[in-house]
Design a protein around this ligand. Structure first.
Ligand SMILES: Nc1ncnc2c1ncn2[C@@H]1O[C@H](COP(=O)(O)OP(=O)(O)OP(=O)(O)O)[C@@H](O)[C@H]1O
Length: 321
């Protein structure tokens, strides 16, 4: 058996996809990376390779092995143990903050129980176009193309889905037509440790995960459980974020801590995980999110905590690359 280089026989767009070739007693085997190609394009390429090589005197038969090695964006999951702790708010604002610093980033809203990204991005009611049966992400004015369960099904419909359906819907969103130069895909997971999280870990192993929690004990215990799931599956927990910590009264300025304060940082210390930062409880964050005007897109003081956490995430991403 000997390695053979057939690449000069093919046009560059095919040669670039040939990841290996072997000639063994007149039988040629060509390994073709078909990621991102439609079934028709795959069949055309296979035929062209077979015709070209079969025409050679030294080749008696040709086998084309197709692989779809995912070379797509780095997937980063944003999870939480409990619902309502601000996971979607963090995911959207982190994505916007990364985009502001030049990262090519997309967002997948995999929260079938409460897809809120269409509201945050002001894209509710829009239906993504489809090409080759795959959705095309919806552009946004914040430079973050996104796709949500909320774009695929009517509100409340997905609630009754069983595991495999939820998993395959997640697959559709992740394997959508993300642009070739997309570097990072942030995935807003449903809260807890259910089917969607398991599919995410098994099928689309994220490079890392961020966990969000409010500072009170119960939320923290659940967050630690979610962290364990990632850890067991060999997905690095990039760090913990404390949301809704410290409430500054808009009238008198006095800071109170409805959910306690500092609990997430302390928990991160105990679990030996990095602490990425805290986001205060501020009505402007809720109002901006509900109005499709996420704070990280603006220049108010509310953008700052998100920009700082995004900087830490970017440092982690750079170290990985
Ligand atoms: N720091 C904050 N200050 C004020 N309001 C906030 C803050 N973080 C989130 N919220 C608001 O709290 C509500 C829940 O937040 P969000 O939807 O981001 O949570 P979630 O963890 O994704 O919830 P779910 O599990 O339902 O998806 C939203 O109305 C959001 O605008």
């Amino acid at each position: 058996m000997s390695r053979a280089d057939f690449s000069d026989q093919f046009p560059p767009e095919i040669a670039a996809r040939i990841t290996g070739s072997v000639l063994n007693e007149g039988r040629a085997t060509v390994v073709l990376d078909v990621a991102g190609l439609s079934d028709e394009q795959r069949a055309d390429m296979e035929r062209l390779i077979q015709d070209k090589l079969e025409a050679r005197e030294d080749v008696g038969g040709v086998r084309v092995v197709m692989t779809a090695e995912r070379k797509g964006p780095m997937i980063i999951a944003i999870g939480s143990g409990k619902g309502g702790v601000g996971k979607s708010t963090l995911t959207a604002n982190l994505a916007i903050a990364l985009a502001r610093s030049g990262v090519k980033v997309g967002l997948v809203d995999a929260d079938i129980y409460g897809p809120s990204q269409p509201v945050i991005f002001g894209s509710q009611g829009q239906k993504p176009d489809a090409r080759d049966n795959k959705p095309v992400p919806i552009e946004s004015k914040y430079g973050v193309p996104h796709l949500s369960m909320g774009h695929l099904v009517a509100p409340g419909k997905a609630l009754a889905w069983r595991g495999p359906m939820a998993g395959s819907a997640l697959g559709q969103l992740i394997e959508a037509h993300w642009s070739k130069d997309m570097e990072v895909l942030l995935v807003d997971l449903p809260p807890g440790t259910g089917d969607v999280q398991l599919t995410m870990i098994q099928k689309f192993k994220p490079a890392g995960a961020i966990l969000v929690s409010t500072p009170q004990d119960l939320a923290l215990i659940d967050a630690a459980r979610a962290g364990q799931l990632f850890d067991t599956a060999g997905v690095e927990v990039i760090g913990l974020v404390e949301n809704m910590s410290g409430y500054a009264c808009p009238h008198c300025g006095e800071v109170s801590d409805p959910f306690g304060a500092g609990g997430v940082e302390a928990a991160a210390g105990k679990l030996d995980l990095p602490f990425l930062g805290r986001i205060p409880l501020d009505i402007a964050i809720r109002q901006g999110s509900d109005a499709g005007d996420p704070p990280a897109a603006g220049d108010s003081s509310m953008a700052e905590p998100f920009l700082r956490i995004a900087e830490r995430l970017q440092a982690w991403i750079s170290a990985k690359n």
